[in-house]
Design a protein around this ligand. Structure first.
Ligand code: ADP
Ligand code: MG
Length: 579
């Protein structure tokens, strides 16, 4: 008799479904699952917190189009992973979480780490189930992987009871399930395509918005042709950056507010009209704007704004359909319009303000100086991971992306703590694909703290990630060391220290050196440049640059073009997230 265990069946089924990476933390009852995964040829990365493990697994999903797996223990292990599942689901990224749970015969008896795991995951996933027997494990795993990728991508959960992990079954009794193919592609209705083209042609102030759905949908080649053939201005969302290069002549990111406010027709490609795009509503959009909405999720169509034309289907296929329509009569939006001059004027004016700030070399440095020098040194093909408030918002405008799926950030859910997990996933992929790409993780000091112990993971696997902590001693802002000392003398810090403060000049660089990586304490432009150059040339181990900036450094003051309020910063974040 050829017997297999539950652990082997889980591992082999994942491998059959072409799940190549597993991130997790082992313990009772899932150690055997991780070992079986390695035996089946899946790469296993042991992490330090299940949240970061789940972030990493979901980044694999976004970067490759097939989910990574996240392996967790029962109760608290699974609960920690819920943050990662929620984040993946909000981002529409595929991920499969495998959770061990208590033995079936102890359920309801107060077993070790007993928790209603399948129910708990339902709110954070598209599919949540426990195989009823060993024999059906391959079908349930296939369904989880397929569901995570088909339709709108998202998180799926498979539960495995502790007693099932080492239980055995005769292999001949187990259902053989083959690998589910990549999702079938659907096209938009050809009448709707014709309608969309006529709306575009009639536009006076057209704008293409490129979202992370376009990046996930690998629409870059068709989209480049569409933009170049039609001459339309485009604006990427944060993770839509790089689908077309940020320095493309048709990119109007530097005139974002004006482009959104004054556009009369928006071709919305794989982006939701949620908070990131100010809901598509006044005061940030024209109340009469015509939206041509492209999405594969029918339930998304019409959210917040009723579209003038709805194009339901796969973004790459639909962009190709639009391209055929435009190509037919060679239509092109002229480049000498008033719309183009109004956008170009704004781009030039904004560049001037940023440049003045960037060229300051006072110590402590400001955000603009830091990002100016970082952007000069980063290779064009590097993957930029970024989180924080000002760190992420200012970094997004100053650090260019030139390639699709090369930016990972706090995303739709605005989650802090994702950075290190994302970077580990990107670095693990880089290791097997060997494209020579650097992974650079730009973190606020608060954001870094949420998953900071993952530097040990990076050191353990020798993942050459470069972490830049933009350290302003706090959340949004901090205080300098002298002020902190004075405050400490004045009384109990828990009563008087501003809640936004963190330890001034904390030595995050020493966290990295503690595990054998390279750490740099950086105060000046010269130190920043030399530390970054050294780090980028070291392929053997991770580095961390602890860049001390002015704790009161802030965004440049901007007049926002919106009806009503002229002083609101043109920020997608407002101040909802820590730095
Ligand atoms: P952003 O954060 O860039 O605004 P969102 O995550 O809000 O992007 O929106 C991405 C949208 O793209 C989602 O509504 C999702 O359903 C959609 N989407 C994902 N993949 C595809 C695809 N292949 N084709 C069409 N739409 C897609
Ligand atoms: Mg900070």
């Amino acid at each position: 008799m050829d017997e297999v265990t539950g652990a082997q069946l889980i591992a082999e089924s994942l491998k059959t479904q072409k799940v190549e990476y597993m991130f997790g933390i082992v313990g009772v009852p899932v150690i055997e699952v991780a070992m079986a995964a390695q035996a089946a040829g899946i790469k296993y990365v042991g992490m330090r917190n299940e949240q970061a493990a789940c972030y990493a697994a979901s980044a694999i999903g976004y970067l490759t189009g097939r989910p990574g797996a996240c392996l967790v223990v029962s109760g608290p292990g699974l609960i920690h992973a819920l943050g990662g599942m929620a984040n993946a689901n909000m981002n529409c990224w595929p991920v499969v979480v495998i959770g061990g749970s208590s033995d079936q015969n102890q359920e309801t008896a107060g077993a070790f780490q007993e928790f209603p795991q399948v129910e708990a995951c339902r709110l954070y996933s598209k599919f949540s189930a426990r195989p009823s027997s060993l024999e059906v494990i391959p079908s349930v795993v296939e369904k989880a992987v397929r569901t995570s990728m088909y339709g709108r991508p998202g998180a799926c959960y498979v539960d495995i009871a502790g007693d099932m992990v080492n239980a055995r079954v005769d292999r001949s009794k187990v259902r053989v399930v083959s690998c589910c193919p990549t999702p079938p592609v659907s096209l938009a209705d050809h009448r709707a395509i014709a309608e969309a083209i006529s709306v575009l042609k009639a536009a006076k102030r057209p704008l293409v918005i490129i979202g992370k759905g376009a990046a996930y949908g690998r629409a870059e080649t068709a989209l480049k042709e569409l933009v170049e053939m039609s001459g339309l201005p485009f604006l990427p969302t944060p993770m839509g950056k790089g689908v077309l290069p940020d320095d493309h002549p048709k990119c109007v990111a530097a005139a974002r507010s004006r482009a959104l406010l004054q556009a009369d027709v928006v071709l919305l490609l794989g982006a939701r009209l949620n908070w990131i795009l100010h809901f598509g509503l006044p005061p940030r959009f024209d109340p009469d704007v015509k939206i041509i909405q492209v999405d594969l999720c029918a339930e998304e169509i019409g959210n917040n704004v009723k579209p003038a034309v709805a194009l339901l289907g796969d973004i790459n296929a639909i962009v190709t359909q639009l391209l055929e329509g435009v190509r037919k009569d060679g239509w092109k939006y002229p480049s000498d319009t008033e719309w183009w001059s109004t956008l170009s004027d704004k781009i030039a004016a904004n560049a001037k303000i940023s440049k003045a700030l960037a060229l300051q070399s006072a110590v402590p440095m400001n955000y603009y100086t830091v990002f100016h020098h970082v952007s000069q040194l980063l290779p064009h093909d590097c993957i930029i991971v970024s989180e924080g408030a000002n760190t992420m918002d200012i970094g997004r405008t100053m650090l260019n992306n030139y390639l699709p799926r090369h930016r990972l950030d706090a995303g739709t859910f605005g989650t802090m703590g994702v950075g290190l997990g994302f970077a580990i996933a990107a670095a693990a992929l880089e290791r097997s694909e060997n494209k020579g790409q650097r992974i650079v993780c730009v973190e606020g000091d608060s954001a870094f703290g949420f998953s900071g112990m993952e530097v040990e993971t990076m050191c353990r696997y020798n993942l050459p990630v470069v972490i830049i902590v933009v350290n302003n001693n706090g959340i949004y802002s901090g205080v300098d060391p002298d002020t902190w000392k004075t405050m400490a003398k004045m009384g109990d810090l828990t009563s008087i220290a501003p809640p936004v403060t963190l330890l001034p000049e904390a030595r995050y660089d020493e966290v990295m050196t503690a595990f054998g990586g390279r750490g740099f304490l950086v105060r000046t432009v010269e130190e920043l440049r030399s530390a970054l150059q050294l780090s980028l040339s070291d392929w053997e181990r991770p580095s961390l640059l602890n860049v001390l900036i002015d704790p009161s450094s802030d965004r440049k003051q901007q007049k926002v073009e919106r009806k009503g309020d002229l002083n609101d910063p043109d920020s997608r974040s407002s101040k909802a997230r820590p730095d």
